[in-house]
Design a binder for this molecule. Structure first.
Ligand SMILES: [Zn+2]
Length: 58
């Protein structure tokens, strides 16, 4: 399996960009591109979802 190492912009942990994933393809197109790891990205998505719900509940 081919993968690249990337450092998360948020938590600075090294994580793998695994062949076939969206991030891997983006990295192949632009080697200077920076990524968030899945855990941080998941947190952002959750926060965004909560924000969305909050905005629409009030
Ligand atoms: Zn992270």
């Amino acid at each position: 399996m081919i993968s690249y190492k990337a450092v998360c912009l948020n938590c600075k942990q090294t994580f793998d960009l695994i062949e076939g994933t969206q991030k891997y393809r983006e990295y192949k197109r632009d080697r200077k591109k920076k990524f968030w790891c899945d855990a941080c990205e998941g947190g952002i998505v959750d926060a965004a979802r909560k924000g969305f719900i909050n905005r629409h509940m009030s």
